[in-house]
Design a binder for this molecule. Structure first.
Ligand code: SF4
Length: 651
């Protein structure tokens, strides 16, 4: 039987032979890495600590794109460090203003058939061009940069057969919201969604990117489209057709599962607070008064997205009770929109045009008002994601966001344009983008790079190293959480907090700040402790600070009903033992402050089952370590940095 595209790419990158059955641990050689400014300082501090002279992958890129608000010294200190450390170690830098990492990466670096790992959960955006792109923690990126093969659990590969065509006024956002409605935020765990069929063939790269990008919201390992004629056209428009490689699944490809979506049947959808799978038809949503509209983010700020917004707004005005902002995904897209007159339409309509950056998407500016209703084209609507936990965030397509900005309540493009909505179908991505790579700093030759001084301003503190696990652990429970705790709950997003990410002693004081303001002080006072979590603990952003901060505060283990994939990896990398309740009902028996005791921890860990006694309640329960053998080795060493140094003989 034939092979699907995901299998072909993984097979061509295998570092050790494997049968590649779902669930098998495989080792793959990575071609590309990417990082972004608010996560990357720890990644490069780790890479420096490993002691190699240069990145060992074909292409490493450091994007300065998330936090471009220089409110004090912290962010400029970070950016200067990131720029100098990139120069020192052979890494490209995309400077502030060049655009959002995923949009720029696909446009300027992506190549079909390559394997990329990025320190951001939306790295799968690159699956839009037939590339296998996986979001991981920052320590994993540092590991990939050493050239050491990366371990990966062989995913199940699910065929998503797309049929038909999107109606005018419907966006690729409808397809991914429909996926989320069907499978939910945990439905993609351990899976790759491979989109094929006539409906997929008709989608342009920017539309495909909306879908692969937001596959992260289903917890998927990644999502991918074929490297077909659409990709060739995109790469030609980027002046890179010579790098195009056709990457298709075999006609008789086998898959581990199959789904089908008929695009003709889709209508505008909306994801309601506070989860991206809380999806319903937009026309059925309660008509709330909307205070803020944000059109932007890596998910939905392409040329065609913004041009369609402009056509909905043309000759109309943003409602007087709405603050409407727009951040285009990249400099080249911005320039083309300017040339074609679309930015003028936005400005005339009263849209506030922001710089090309993530900005409001990760709560860096444009926070909604108290209990405000915000409509966004981005990918996440967790409580507090926009910087204000009292706000309600709704996710829609750019066309629906523009219509909502005009009426001040949820609306579709058809509500505004009537039969004229058909004109939106005439908008396509440009045949030629105004390519200008002057905002990308290329790596120096190796000998020259060795002379570069890495600049560490006062905001760049040390990289905390976890302790190795001990034979006997007897510690209190510092926190018991509810289900679906996000990494935003653990380490909040906002300009203020993002600029603290290089300074763990400071940032850790705000760990769980919005969920339980006393947690940080309590955990510190306890010295060492355990966190009890519910289902899907650590979902959402790949933010490894959600592991680093608790580790710095002395958290030695998390025992939960289930743990989200990227967060579990981050816990392992940073020396926190992730455990799963053998019987989820045991969760109810434990309370914050209980003393938990584990005897013979190291020995028990080897069996992947640990017996824990709650000394306060006088009960004993079991927890599983759902870890591969190598993950077990890492956690037994006390985290990835210690493990890697041992592997590379750099101890
Ligand atoms: Fe930036 Fe938002 Fe995309 Fe993350 S999801 S890369 S914060 S635009």
């Amino acid at each position: 039987m034939g092979k699907n595209l995901t299998r072909k790419i993984l097979e061509s990158h295998l570092a050790k032979p494997s049968a590649m059955n779902p669930g098998d641990e495989i080792y793959v050689k990575v071609d590309q890495t990417l990082t972004h400014d608010i996560n990357a300082v720890m990644t490069y501090l780790a890479f420096e600590a490993i002691g190699l002279d240069r990145t060992q992958v074909e292409t490493s890129v450091s994007y300065l794109d998330h936090n471009l608000l220089y409110l004090d010294n912290k962010t400029p200190d970070d950016h200067i460090y990131l720029q100098s450390v990139a120069k020192r170690y052979g890494v490209h830098v995309s400077r502030p203003g060049n655009g959002i990492c995923h949009a720029v990466h696909v446009a300027r670096f992506g190549v079909p058939g390559k394997l990329s790992m990025g320190g951001d959960s939306h790295t799968p955006h690159g699956g839009s061009i037939g590339m296998l792109c996986i979001g991981v923690g920052g320590m994993d990126v540092a590991t990939a940069m050493t050239g050491v093969p990366m371990r990966l659990k062989m995913p199940q590969i699910i065929k998503v057969n797309l049929k038909g065509h999107l109606k005018p006024g419907c966006n690729a956002k409808e397809i991914i919201l429909e996926m989320l409605r069907r499978v939910g935020i945990k439905g993609g765990l351990g899976k790759v969604f491979e989109y094929v069929g006539p409906g997929a063939a008709g989608l342009e790269v920017s539309e495909r990117a909306t879908i692969t990008n937001m596959g992260a919201e289903m917890g998927a390992t990644t999502s991918i489209f074929p490297g077909d004629e659409q990709v060739r056209r995109f790469m030609r428009a980027q002046g890179r057709e010579d790098q195009y490689v056709e990457m298709l699944p075999d006609e008789d490809a086998e898959y581990d599962g199959e789904m089908e979506i008929n695009l003709d049947e889709l209508n505008p959808l909306i994801a309601c607070p506070h989860q991206p799978d809380n999806v319903m038809p937009l026309k059925d949503a309660e008509k709330k008064k909307v205070q803020q509209v944000f059109i932007g983010s890596c998910t939905n700020a392409s040329y065609s997205d913004i041009a369609k917004v402009a056509l909905v707004l043309q000759g109309r005005h943003v409602n007087e009770d709405v603050s409407c902002t727009c951040a285009v995904s990249s400099k080249q897209v911005y320039k083309q929109l300017l040339r074609d007159g679309y930015m003028e339409m936005l400005i005339d309509a009263g849209v506030r045009v922001l710089e090309t950056a993530c900005g409001p998407c990760c709560a860096i500016g444009q926070s909604p008002a108290t209990k405000g209703v915000a409509v966004r084209t981005s990918n996440r609507n967790f409580k507090g994601r926009a910087g204000n936990p009292t706000a309600e965030i709704y996710l829609v397509s750019p066309e629906s966001a523009a219509a909502t900005a005009i009426l001040g309540t949820f609306a579709t493009a058809e509500d505004i344009l009537g039969a004229d909505v058909a004109k939106l179908a005439e908008i396509h991505e440009p045949d030629v983008y105004p390519v200008d790579d002057s905002m990308i700093i290329k790596p120096l030759p190796e000998e020259e790079a060795k002379q570069v001084e890495v600049v560490k301003g006062p905001n760049i503190k040390f990289l905390p190293i976890p302790e190795q696990p001990t034979e006997h652990l007897c510690v209190p429970v510092s926190l018991k959480t509810v289900d679906n705790i996000t990494t935003d709950d653990i380490t909040p997003a906002s300009a203020e907090f993002s600029s603290m990410r290089s300074n763990i002693p400071l940032m850790s004081q705000y760990c769980y700040h919005r969920y339980d303001p006393e947690f940080a002080a309590r955990a510190k006072e306890m010295g060492q402790s355990i966190i009890i979590g519910g289902e899907n603990y650590g979902q959402g952003s790949s933010r490894e600070h959600a592991a680093i901060n608790p580790m710095y505060l002395g958290v030695r283990a998390v025992i939960a009903k289930s743990i989200a994939r990227i967060h579990k990896g981050n816990l392992i990398n940073h020396g926190i033992i992730p455990m799963i309740f053998e019987d989820p009902a045991d969760y109810d028996k434990i309370e914050q402050g209980d003393e938990l005791e584990i005897n013979g921890l190291l020995e028990q860990m080897q069996t992947k089952e640990v017996e824990i006694r709650d000394n306060t309640k006088g009960v004993t329960f079991k927890a599983r370590l759902e870890l591969s053998d190598s993950e077990l080795e890492v956690i037994s060493c006390g985290g990835q940095l210690r493990y890697l140094k041992k592997q590379l003989g750099k101890e």
